[in-house]
Write a protein that binds this ligand. Structure first.
Ligand SMILES: [Zn+2]
Length: 293
């Protein structure tokens, strides 16, 4: 599992002489641990100090950013909240009714973070998954089965830490369907994703953002705990802001789609470049939606 938003979980190498049992100092298989010469401090053989590691990590991030055509590396998100925010009706942009999953357009947080979500699944661009990995950008994806004859691309994304969530089997307007048909679309995709990806999603996003009270009851019945919508949308050449200030806000959920040059004038990586540039320029970091919901 790749690290996304959290700081390193392993303790920094100690400056005291590391013993053989020190996991952070143990050599890789087949290597012989260097032994300090008599009278020489073993510090000379310690890993770089945390300060040096931070500098190296920053340089690596800058290099990755330059590779993908960015002048500034994405900002590093603060550690995930220890307790997830309450999704109650008194929170702005949250609709929470008893017994059904809350629907939200913005995650209640004061952290300077936004969340990138990618819908549907038609375009399966390997460069996009590489760019996500190299820039360490967390995303959450909401996939619709009819666009995905083969889930290999999404299994690979899942392997690199991307959570794959439910966007129905056939992408219908759920307002036009009765309960049984909604069950097939939502719960059917729950079962399908559990089988294809190996994880049963907790999050669901209705196609077109349209739903009825029945939709939420059905989603609850097959394990959905939250329904994240969006309040900003990014394309290859522009960002559609919901608010007239044309700015991001803490907790904004950004929508984009798995689309390619046949649907828009550019690629997934063009879209991500624009998103990273703007989000970073406004002082925000991308955080992992599942850490907050
Ligand atoms: Zn969709």
């Amino acid at each position: 599992m790749r690290r996304t938003t959290a700081p390193p979980t392993s303790a920094p190498p100690s400056n005291a002489a590391p013993g053989p049992a020190d996991a952070t100092g143990s050599p890789a298989d087949g290597e012989v641990a260097p032994q300090p010469a008599p009278g020489e401090s073993s510090d000379a053989f310690a890993k770089p100090r945390p300060g040096e590691q931070a500098v190296e990590a920053a340089q690596a991030r800058q290099k990755a950013a330059a590779k993908w055509g960015l002048t500034a590396a994405p900002l590093i998100a603060p550690p995930p909240p220890e307790t997830k925010p309450r999704l109650t009706d008194d929170r702005p942009q949250v609709i929470a009714d008893p017994g059904v999953p809350p629907v939200l357009r913005r995650v209640p947080t004061t952290d300077k973070v936004v969340f990138l979500t990618v819908d549907d699944g038609a375009e399966k661009d390997p460069a996009f998954s590489r760019m996500l990995r190299e820039l360490d950008i967390p995303v959450s994806v909401f996939v619709s089965d009819y666009l995905i004859p083969d889930y290999g691309y999404f299994r690979d994304l899942a392997e690199q830490g991307v959570a794959v969530h439910n966007h129905t089997l056939n992408h219908p307007d759920l307002r036009k369907l009765g309960r049984a048909a909604q069950e097939r679309e939502i719960c059917g995709q729950q079962d399908n994703l559990a089988e294809e990806i190996g994880v049963r999603p907790r999050l669901f996003r209705p196609p077109y953002g349209e739903y009825t009270p029945e939709t939420l009851r059905v989603a609850a019945s097959c394990g959905i705990t939250a329904v994240p919508m969006w309040n900003q949308e990014v394309f290859v050449d522009r960002i559609d802001y919901r608010y007239t200030d044309h700015r991001f806000h803490p907790g904004d959920i950004i929508l984009t789609h798995f689309r390619g040059p046949t649907e828009w004038r550019g690629t997934m990586t063009d879209m991500l470049r624009l998103a990273v540039r703007e989000v970073t320029a406004q002082g925000y970091a991308f955080a992992r939606l599942e850490d907050y919901l």
